[in-house]
Design a protein. Sequence first.
Length: 490
Amino acid sequence: MPDDAEPAADRTRHPIPATRWPTAAEAAAGRWFTPVTLGPITAQTRTWVPAMVPWRASDEGFVTADVLDWYSRFAEGRPGVLVVEATGIRDVPSGPLLRVGHDRFVPGLRDLVDRVREHSHGETRVLLQIIDFLGIRRRPEKVRFFTRFLTLTDRHREALHTRGTTTTDDTTLRAAFADLNDHDLRAILTPREFRDYAFGWREEVSDLDQPHIRDLPRTLPPLFAAAAARARDAGFDGVELHYAHAYTMASFLSRTNIRTDGYGGDPQSRVRLPLEVFAAVRERVGRDFCVGARFLGDEAIAGGSTIDDATFYAVQFARAGFDFLSISKGGKFDDSRQPNVGETAYPYTGPSGHECMPTVRSDERGPFGRNVPLAAAIRRAVHAAGHSTPVITAGGICTFDQAEAVLAAGDADLVASARQSLADPDWFMKVRLGRGDEVRRCKFTNYCEGLDQKHKQVTCQLWDRDFAQDPTARKTADGKRRLLPPPWQR
Ligand SMILES: Cc1cc2nc3c(=O)[nH]c(=O)nc-3n(C[C@H](O)[C@H](O)[C@H](O)COP(=O)(O)O)c2cc1C
Ligand code: SF4
């Protein structure tokens, strides 16, 4: 299992794509900086900054001054659409991640929207990505797991007795378990028990024996609807329903969803709750509020959903009236690297994580525009079904030429860039002004993603290059890094 996370042997280091930046006139003549409608709203350009968690919320989930500064800085580059990080829909403690599960979060979110409007001069449309996630625990210490957490069953007792353990006392049996090596433990434990021990316990949507998991089809639609209504009250232009990566809604869409209650199994049943969530949201916020979704064009895991599932879902979503479809890839727990004891599994560490945020160390296709074919197939399917729902692609987009080629080919309607925008949030403006040679170009080596993994304030390694010359720059909590991108003089 842990070996899965090792870089595949076929990966080589790819250079950052060479490019000739456009003049201002060439940029204006292109497609990327032209308007596009997303249901009830119009984005001034087809540029898009997808959700990125920067770990700057308060421990109670509130918007902080650092959150405001972060989004103000992205707004200065005036992307057509800026999606605010994954924000929890429940009113439960979840560490320094933004939350929208109660009305008390609305004033802070309203400040955030105001700052984006102000710093983009009203140009950027701002969406809130709303998310639900299931329970997950840290990888336990071995003795602790077997003495405290494992539910001893007769199957365990028999297996130990077969191996020569004579005692019937549970305390001694637990101690005997803790003495076994992983090879023997794999033979005795169920795959799920072994995973709880080796990776840490986590819930799954198919755990129908758990009442709160069984009830998700009842509890989630009103939770998402209330969260979306709060986003509307805070002044957002819309919401992005987070149906991607390792989280609850993506797990419903996954081929690994084996629920037997009409919400799992075949594709129609797997898409049922995502459609019901959307219907509840739409009913609550009305037609004049933009509601779209981010979901996976391919889960990129063994036995997971593929582009065939994704095109089916996309057509269902388009028919239901989603205002946009933002396509991502991978980012699953299923193949994540084994965490250290005391840490939680992180869904971007395995091969599917690489597909989600590909680095320069990649296979022959390389990381640049790697996921465009998924968006293209989805857009084709949506159009063939008679819909024109805008499709957004992301993944290794870092030049004007790449974005233009995607749009010219009709592979997507908007082109997103996460890490290139993190490296240089002014880059859209620089390109528009014909000053592309000033773009601070992302290295795609995922220093930022490593910080995200450790739940540290996310920054870019490139921001620190001129740190020594700028003693006034604000620092991260560890005092070592620049908290915000260096300013750019227009
Ligand atoms: C630090 C960081 C945090 C991210 N957080 C989110 C998130 O909250 N929600 C989401 O859908 N994707 C998240 N992503 C994934 C990005 O939105 C994007 O899909 C991915 O980085 C690939 O695009 P890129 O090659 O332009 O960076 C995150 C990426 C990074 C680097
Ligand atoms: S830290 Fe590296 S991968 Fe992340 S945005 Fe900066 S240059 Fe790009």
